[in-house]
Design a binder for this molecule. Structure first.
Ligand SMILES: [Zn+2]
Length: 390
């Protein structure tokens, strides 16, 4: 899997500023050529511009001339050569020929107009989990006041699922894989089929406060108010992001291997809780929560499956009977078997069941040619033939 690591460059970064300007000029030469000759083919751009660029800017390392040309090709392709793109001097693309990152050393080495230079970087704690990664490429960004950041792409080996899904026979594997069904809601941000909830009371309070403040400020409309609005928006965004991190962390740490959630695009389930509620939490960033959940799950070798959200709130999780009238507000009562449960919990159980059957379907496809390694070791160790396995 790929992860992006972001570091800020320290020390004297002025050579990079010049490099960024030359890189942009080199890119622009290729852009102009491609636009004029109606081509975004990399070979065409190379034969048309490489020598010219090298002669014009001998200080710019040839590796950067090449990445600038590749970037020009992609920019032209995006525009289909119909419009001439302009390259700003605020970014450089690096690849394995032009940069090297050793997290242990705390330095990154970059090709510049003054040759290869080392820049000090601060290694944050979260980067330490990616130390074994292969750093393939990076992007330098020049921010306001000359601050420089490097986004480094890192390839790390996939964590293998911790679940005991090595069993060869497809039928019983579904019993061993632990699936958690998760429902998203209004009163409960999430409800899980292990009978746990994340209540949205606090969220609604905070969101409501922001909404109230925004409405009041907007009616004033002065310049200082606009500044304050921007600050508030940033604060609200960070609150949302942080809350989603906390929720996702709580979920992935549960002893489950697979997390079943409703597929996002289709599921805009209407919940009749009044307009005020919907305004407060209707805009809650579920897609962000899902993204963070997937990311955190992947780090632990766990999986998020998305299931079809159809009927999950109307179906009885006990007998499977589907009826719109089964659900009454917060309660669920099956009109066929009389089963009663909290409505969100019932939906979470349905989602969990769907997730389980989806995984069984997938594992019978994936696991069929798999020879279980546990049988081999069992034959070798004679003293404890059955005790070790179970
Ligand atoms: Zn029922």
């Amino acid at each position: 899997m790929f992860r992006t690591v972001k570091v800020q460059l320290g020390g004297d970064t002025s050579p990079l500023l010049t490099t960024a300007q030359m890189y942009a000029s080199a890119c622009q030469i290729a852009l102009n050529y491609g636009f004029e000759h109606r081509t975004y083919n990399k070979n065409d751009l190379n034969t048309g511009t490489y020598q010219v660029t090298r002669k014009k800017m001998p200080q710019l390392p040839s590796g950067l001339v090449q990445t600038a040309r590749d970037q020009a090709s992609e920019m032209l392709k995006r525009e289909q050569c119909k419009r001439l793109p302009l390259k700003k001097p605020s970014q450089i693309r690096y690849d394995k020929r032009t940069f090297k990152f050793c997290p242990e050393s705390g330095y990154v080495s970059l090709s510049t107009v003054k040759g290869r230079l080392d820049f000090k970087v601060k290694i944050y704690d979260y980067i330490k989990q990616y130390l074994k990664g292969i750093y393939t490429n990076a992007q330098l960004t020049v921010r306001k006041k000359g601050k420089m950041f490097l986004n480094i792409q890192c390839e790390i080996p996939d964590v293998l699922p911790s679940a005991s899904n090595s069993g060869g026979d497809g039928g019983s594997s579904s019993d061993r894989v632990r699936v958690l069904g998760i429902d998203r809601g209004i009163l409960n941000i999430v409800a899980c089929d292990d009978n746990t909830f994340v209540n949205s009371k606090h969220l609604r309070d905070v969101k409501g406060r922001y909404q109230y403040m925004k409405a009041r400020l907007q009616s004033l409309g002065t310049r200082s108010v606009k500044r304050k609005l921007r600050r508030t928006a940033g604060r609200e965004r960070r609150f949302t992001l942080n809350t989603n991190h906390v929720i996702a962390k709580g979920l992935v740490q549960k002893p489950y291997d697979i997390f079943a959630v409703e597929a996002l695009e289709i599921s805009r389930r209407k919940v009749d809780n009044g307009r005020k509620f919907n305004r407060l939490l209707g805009s809650w960033s579920y897609s962000q929560l899902l993204k963070i959940l997937k990311y955190k799950a992947e780090n632990l070798g766990k999986i998020v499956v998305e299931v079809n959200p159809r009927h999950t709130s109307q179906r009885c999780s006990k007998c499977g009977h589907i009826d719109k009238r089964n659900r009454k507000g917060l309660r669920f009562k099956c009109r066929q078997c009389g089963f009663e449960l909290n409505a969100d919990l019932n939906a979470a159980r349905n989602i969990g069941q769907l997730g389980k059957s989806e995984m069984t379907r997938l594992s019978t496809i994936v696991n069929k040619p798999n020879v279980s390694p546990t049988y081999a070791t069992q034959a070798d160790t004679s003293p404890h033939p059955s005790g070790a396995g179970s």
